[in-house]
Design a protein around this ligand. Structure first.
Ligand code: ZN
Ligand code: ZN
Length: 344
């Protein structure tokens, strides 16, 4: 079944929508009259989490970056390059999904999600403009094009989005959400682990603070897409097929394989504090978590607990504004600071 775009206005339709997709709504948003009761809590949470890179003082990281090993610097830049591509296309994907959401409250959440992706992207420019010369920054923003493993991994997910963008129907939307959950809930995670590992050695704490905020946002985004996925399947149960389950299983397994390959190449066993076998288990653990979150069987036998025990403190994303780093002796100050970015 094809998807119909939400009209700008429908005077005959109710304010409370009749469906997540292909439903009817006036397109007027009244938070006190919404079809999906969970949406308001999510709205408040997304507002409360609002942050911008300008809050973060990069001074300490600027001093530390040249002291990282060559391997750490390389991994640092490659991961930023990866995240920059993923967050860029994520902004666009969220906007496209929003066009076909026929509920004004969920559309509102999707627009907020897209805005947060813009901020994530800004944070990568902010970090790089603080740490490396402009030419290097440009190079990092082209890694997605020029680095073969990165390209292979990213093509996997962008091709999944393309099918929905080119042919927006129910099946392609559902499948694209599987890719979305891989992008926001799996493909970021070995990169996150790398930054948290630096932070626990008291290195690059400002960058890791930003990564922690991004992690907190992505946690909410995955949950939002998982909820949309489940509501669509509730409204269109005929799409809950063995083929969809097979697709999800093979897609999560392939994604984990690509992520492990990438982690082996970029992080490997040369980074102090990260054991590659643990990182592989961590990736399979998260593939299981995400498949389960969408209502599918876990693709990997075992892998039910997080093998990177130390990372839990950093992934604790239910702390609201008082994040992990603020509970330690202050490593950074949240002040308005000019890192030189505005002059570029
Ligand atoms: Zn993001
Ligand atoms: Zn996201």
């Amino acid at each position: 079944m094809n998807l119909t775009k939400r009209p700008i206005m429908d005077p005959e339709a109710p304010n409370r929508s009749t469906g997540m997709i292909n439903g009817r709504c006036s397109n007027v948003l009244n938070w006190d009259d919404i079809a999906y009761p969970w949406a308001y809590a999510k709205y408040k949470r997304m507002l409360a989490n609002f942050w911008t890179p300008f809050e973060i003082n990069m001074a300490q990281d600027v001093k530390q970056f040249p002291q990282l090993t060559a391997r750490e610097q390389d991994a640092f830049l490659k991961i930023i390059g990866l995240l920059a591509l993923l967050d860029s296309i994520q902004t666009d994907y969220a906007g496209r999904v929003a066009d076909y959401i026929t509920d004004p409250s969920i559309n509102a959440l999707m627009i907020m999600l897209a805005q947060q992706e813009v901020i994530h992207n800004h944070s990568y420019s902010y970090v790089l403009s603080s740490l490396v010369p402009k030419a290097k920054q440009d190079e990092v923003f082209d890694f997605w094009r020029n680095e073969p493993t990165l390209r292979k991994r990213n093509d996997f997910v962008t091709n999944g989005y393309k099918a929905f963008a080119e042919k927006p129907n129910v099946e392609n939307l559902l499948r694209s959400i599987v890719f979305d959950v891989i992008l926001e809930g799996l493909f970021f995670y070995s990169g996150f682990a790398f930054f948290y590992n630096l932070a626990r050695q008291q290195k690059m704490v400002a960058t890791s603070t930003m990564i922690n905020y991004i992690n907190r946002d992505e946690h909410i985004h995955v949950d939002l897409f998982a909820k949309i996925f489940k509501e669509v399947l509730n409204e269109y149960p005929e799409y809950r097929t063995p083929e969809l389950a097979d697709f999800a299983r093979s897609t999560f397994m392939k994604a984990a394989e690509l992520e492990i390959e990438w982690a082996g190449e970029i992080i490997g066993n040369d980074i102090d504090g990260i054991d590659l076998a643990d990182l592989e288990a961590y990736i399979k653990f998260y593939a299981n978590v995400r498949a389960h979150q969408l209502g599918f069987d876990r693709p990997f036998d075992g892998y039910r607990t997080n093998p990177l025990r130390w990372i839990k403190a950093y992934e604790e994303v239910d702390l609201g504004k008082s994040d992990f780093f603020e509970q330690k002796p202050r490593q950074y100050t949240k002040v308005q600071v000019d890192n030189g970015f505005d002059e570029l």
